[in-house]
Design a protein around this ligand. Structure first.
Ligand code: GLU
Length: 424
């Protein structure tokens, strides 16, 4: 691990999340009691569970499922598999889910889960056994009316299929609504796979409108080429933007006259990485963030834009496809330098929005066309963006878009908590 990489994992995402909450609470004069309620997750489960490995050994894995808040509805959020998963990280991600569902107005609370493992070093069969045993271990936390998992870093529709099957087997009947982001054949929604990337695209369109910039020939750098980064890249490319650099965890590529995204997607299918793509020169994951482009989209992991590199950012717009890519110290720098940032809880909310549509379609046993899903997604994203933007203006730009989004979300959660009252 490089020093830079190690440092990124030393910044606690939970401390970042609490510091964002504090900043918003101060500006909105949030009562101390409600701050205390929102600061800590409502429910935390840590599980240690054994999995049979292909070589005959047994390995014990640690996983988490955290419900941050369910004042506005069932808890909702993805499950990630990564060697860097920690309780602190999952706690932060669950809090961000509470704000994300509130900011786009979905009737959900916030949750997140994760298993500390390295999927790149595990076989498909091992991952399948891990998913099933983890599902069993968190069984009492999840359910279609309680907490609905979805894909996140290193998990996908197939992972959701295995969770759905394990849950259904134990309950004794099929319950597809226990997860979203399932394969379409199992009741998944059309448009869900690319929904996060498409949502980032819709937010970028609104930001460009606000900044009086046009998408045509707009230059873009994207960090991360997983589900979010690759779909965002493809949709931007199809609509005339010029993607000049892309990176993944193994390195990056650059071409100032524009990368052919459909070809890159084909290339990555075979080679698993973007590096060495024909007609491109290499660029590091660090340098990609500092390129002189119109739009920078961090679509990978937390703590990428920090006080160390924020001063070097040249992009006019930052679109946070990832959760938590920017630290509070970096936020201050970007704000003072006039970079327009679309915060994660707004920018990447397209995924959970179509998850909501999938959940509704499942509960009602019907399905919408892809066009219908995309239309609904666009409406939600455009409305949420403009609500955050007017909050930002109404605060006379004394804070950034992130804090405006947090204030909006916190108001909604507090309002729901007050209406419900404190039990008993
Ligand atoms: N993992 C995604 C996120 O961070 C999607 C969550 C969901 O659909 O529940 O927003």
């Amino acid at each position: 691990m490089s020093n830079n990489h190690r440092k990124q994992h030393l910044i606690s995402p939970y401390e970042v999340a609490v510091s964002q909450l504090k900043k918003a609470a101060k500006i909105m004069n949030l009562e101390k009691d409600y701050f205390e309620i929102l600061k800590k997750p409502a429910r935390v489960l840590t599980v240690n569970f054994p999995v049979n490995m292909d070589d005959g050994s047994i390995k014990v894995f640690t996983g988490y499922r955290v419900h941050h808040n369910d004042a506005r509805g069932p808890s909702k959020g993805g499950i990630r598999y990564s060697p860097y998963v920690s309780l602190e990280e999952v706690m932060a991600l669950s809090m961000w889910m509470t704000w994300k569902t509130a900011v786009v107005g979905l009737p959900f609370g916030g949750a997140k889960g994760g298993v500390c493992c390295d999927p790149s070093k595990m076989s498909e069969k091992e991952l399948c056994r891990l998913t099933r045993r983890f599902t069993y271990a968190i069984l009492n936390m999840i359910g279609p009316e309680r907490d609905i998992p979805a894909p996140d870093v290193n998990t996908n529709p197939d992972t959701m299929a295995k969770i759905m099957d394990t849950y259904s087997m134990i309950k004794g009947y099929s319950i597809p609504e226990v997860v979203t982001g399932k394969p379409i054949q199992l009741g998944g929604s059309r448009g869900r796979l690319e929904a996060t990337g498409r949502g980032v695209y819709f937010s970028v369109l609104e930001a460009l409108k606000y900044k009086k910039m046009s998408l045509k020939n707009c230059t873009v750098a994207i960090q991360g080429f997983g589900n979010v980064g690759s779909n965002f890249a493809r949709i931007m490319y199809e609509n005339g933007a010029k993607i000049v650099a892309i990176s993944d965890m193994w390195g990056g590529i650059r071409n100032d006259s524009g990368i052919d995204i459909p070809k890159l997607i084909e290339y990555v299918k075979n080679n698993k990485k973007v590096v060495d793509f024909p007609n491109s020169s290499p660029i590091s994951n660090k340098d990609i963030l500092e390129l002189n482009v119109d739009i920078l989209a961090p679509c990978a992991i937390e703590n990428q834009i920090t006080e160390d590199n924020a001063h070097n950012i040249s992009a006019k717009i930052i679109a946070e496809g990832a959760n938590g890519p920017t630290t509070p110290e970096a936020d201050k720098i970007l704000f003072s330098e006039g970079v327009f940032l679309i915060p994660d809880i707004l920018c990447n909310a397209g995924g959970v929005t179509v998850s909501y549509l999938e959940w509704v379609q499942g509960l009602e046993r019907f399905s919408w066309s892809e066009t219908e899903v995309n239309r609904k997604l666009e409406r939600v994203m455009v409305q949420a963006f403009n609500e955050v933007l007017s909050k930002y203006h109404s605060l006379n730009k004394i804070c950034d878009m992130r804090t405006a989004a947090h204030i909006l979300a916190i108001q909604k959660v507090v309002e729901a908590t007050k209406l419900r009252g404190i039990f008993p």
